[in-house]
Design a protein. Structure first.
Length: 268
């Protein structure tokens, strides 16, 4: 404990200043989640470490991977080799189109089966219980299952049933959980929102579902953060893997545009 405090302090005008705890809220948005990786690249270049994290949907996966020790390069490689068809095979049931066991297993392998409380930094993953109609925050237990629950787009992925709860995508109530990171004790909260609305008619059932969630996210959600990054400046399909490279570039560009603001907030 004493050594950690020494590394996280600096002498300023004869006084000792502790290093601020940096918390990041990773928002949901499917394949647009590659933008999170672009942001992480820039934070790493400037030596900004993340002390706390929370995530919703694809943001929960990014938070879990970061907590398991993945840097931006490892995440980029994972996104670039993301075989969506093999991981999310369509097998319709009464509760959804895709059970997504492959996705769950991928997260379990990448995190080496570690429970959330054993990851290298504290994280919380956001899901929604359709029974109680409340947000459920995972801060312990099986990481892969929590990510799966947080990512269960209603009507597309089958929900995760846990006790009396029926868990679906956290996007429904808290798509970019800056408030969760704040409550975890972050001094500086950076929120990365992947919201990118489209005003053209939806093309298929998946488009209808994801657009419906976008409407919900736009009408009542407030993001509690010191810095809000909104890298997706154009409409990109949530489940289209061809948007990965573009999303990564937009994330990197947005972070570079706001890096002075981020550094100033850390030094204030």
């Amino acid at each position: 404990m004493e050594m950690q405090e020494q590394r996280g302090t600096s002498a300023v005008s004869g006084m000792v200043r502790k290093k601020k705890k940096v918390g990041v809220a990773f928002g949901g948005g499917g394949m647009k989640g590659a933008a999170h990786v672009g942001v992480l690249k820039v934070l790493a270049e400037y030596g900004i470490d993340i002390d706390l994290a929370a995530g919703t949907s694809i943001g929960s996966a990014v938070a879990a991977l970061y907590g398991a020790g993945y840097d931006w390069k490892m995440m980029k490689l994972l996104f670039d080799n993301y075989d969506l068809e093999s991981l999310v095979k369509v097998r319709p049931s009464r509760k959804g189109l895709i059970p997504a066991e492959g996705y769950t297993e991928l997260i379990r392998i990448c995190t080496k089966g570690q429970p959330i409380e054993k990851l290298r930094i504290p994280i919380k993953l956001v899901a929604v219980d359709l029974v109680s109609r409340k947000c459920i925050l995972f801060d312990r237990g099986d990481t892969a299952t929590a990510v799966r629950a947080s990512s269960a787009i209603p009507g597309v992925f089958t929900p995760v049933e846990m006790g009396d709860m029926v868990l679906v995508d956290g996007y429904v109530l808290n798509n970019c959980p800056g408030d969760v990171v704040r409550a975890m004790g972050a001094d500086v909260v950076i929120a990365i929102s992947l919201y990118s609305p489209s005003f053209s008619p939806p093309k298929n059932i998946l488009d209808i579902v994801t657009r419906s969630l976008d409407v919900a996210a736009s009408t009542y959600q407030h993001i509690d953060a010191d810095i809000i990054l909104q890298p997706i400046s154009e409409y990109l399909d949530t489940l289209d893997v061809s948007n990965i490279e573009r999303s990564f570039a937009l994330g990197e560009s947005c972070a570079r545009e706001h890096i002075d603001e981020i550094l100033a907030c850390l030094e204030a």
